[in-house]
Design a protein around this ligand. Structure first.
Ligand code: ADP
Ligand code: F6P
Length: 319
């Protein structure tokens, strides 16, 4: 492996820059040339490459977003698009690519592999929805951003004695909702992995009110559905006002936490170790604080589970 590329793809996440830095520095440490590929697969198709040196990734470990920019490309999903991308890589003499992104990006990486380009996937998404790794890069930062926001919402909820419903991201996964809900002491956490019972929620709110609770926080994962419809239904059932806050894209920004910086540095460097060792078509991850590697298909076929014990704990602690 003499020359490799690195790109970030799909929804950006805090810590992607730290991962890019680790990829670049580790490759250069081993005398492997590195090209930054801009705008994910869209930029790969257009040959948006830049030769990176040590200084190209200076002063980025603490920055949110991704200096490489990110995108979603429909063209790359086509065989013609993939062939165009491979031709761009061949022209530059690049024979390996580190893809930092979510499972959609991994599917693209798998296609590149099938066309003869060695790829390694690094899990970068706030959603924590990639099987085979305990954590994805950006999850911890987004979690802390949500906790900070909900703590503030709790102040006003308490002053006005209101119920707040806070919608958090996570796509189809409830990890951000479950972890943040536990972290803020939410009265109710609603996740896509289990059907909610409105009568149960109402009962819990009433039970809380009876013992003097004046406000409540409900954390609602976006993957569950229409938060406004949920809020209306709740209003009808409880005959009380509520307020909805959709946290939105602020959850994707900000300086990465220490945890995400370290995770990104370890995973990015590990991806280069694998490429240098001649491995390809692998996704890296962390399990019980050990670095692991899996085939893409193992990642795609393993179901992503929410931690059941944590769901039970959240219910027990919010009585
Ligand atoms: P994420 O990586 O965060 O899950 P997406 O699902 O949007 O984000 O995927 C990012 C990009 O990966 C897509 O825009 C597309 O270019 C590429 N991609 C996704 N699925 C496939 C696929 N089945 N084949 C080829 N490329 C894909
Ligand atoms: O995958 C990251 C994520 O932020 C999800 O949590 C969310 O559903 C989605 O991306 C939003 O995508 P977009 O930035 O295209 O609105």
């Amino acid at each position: 492996m003499k020359r490799i590329g690195v790109l970030t793809s799909g929804g950006d996440s805090p810590g992607m820059n730290a991962a890019v830095r680790a990829v670049v520095r580790k490759a250069l440490y081993h005398n492997v040339e590195v090209y930054g590929i801009f705008r994910g697969y869209a930029g790969l198709l257009n040959g948006e490459f830049e030769r990176f040196q040590l200084g190209s990734v200076a002063d980025i470990i603490h920055r949110g977003g991704t200096i490489l920019h990110s995108s979603r490309s429909e063209e790359f999903k086509t065989v013609e698009g993939q062939k165009k991308a491979v031709a761009q890589l061949r022209e530059k003499g690049i024979d390996g690519v580190v893809v930092i992104g979510g499972d959609g990006s991994y599917r693209g990486a798998q296609k590149l592999n099938e066309h003869g380009i060695a790829t390694i996937g690094v899990p970068g998404t706030i959603d924590n929805d990639i099987a085979g790794t305990d954590f994805t890069i950006g999850f911890d930062t987004a979690l802390n951003t949500i906790i900070d926001a909900v703590d503030k919402i709790r102040d006003t909820a308490s002053s006005h004695e209101r119920t707040f419903i806070v919608e958090v991201m996570g796509r189809d996964a409830g990890d951000l909702a479950l972890w943040s809900g536990l972290g803020v002491g939410a009265e109710t956490i609603i996740v896509p992995e289990s059907n909610y019972q409105m009568d149960e929620i109402v009962k819990r709110l009433q039970h809380g009110a009876e013992r003097g609770k004046k406000h409540s926080i409900i954390v609602f994962a976006e993957g569950v559905g229409d938060v406004m419809a949920f809020a209306d239904e709740l209003k009808k059932e409880t005959h009380t006002q509520n307020r909805v806050t959709v946290l939105g894209h602020l959850q994707r920004g900000g300086s990465p936490t220490g945890f995400d910086r370290v995770l990104a540095s370890r995973l990015g460097a590990f991806a280069i170790e694998l490429l240098i060792a001649g491995k390809q078509g692998r996704a890296v991850g962390i399990q019980k604080n050990e670095l692991v590697e899996l085939d893409y298909d193992e990642v795609f076929n393993a179901p992503h589970h929410l931690n059941k014990t944590m769901i039970e704990l959240a219910i027990e602690l919010s009585i």
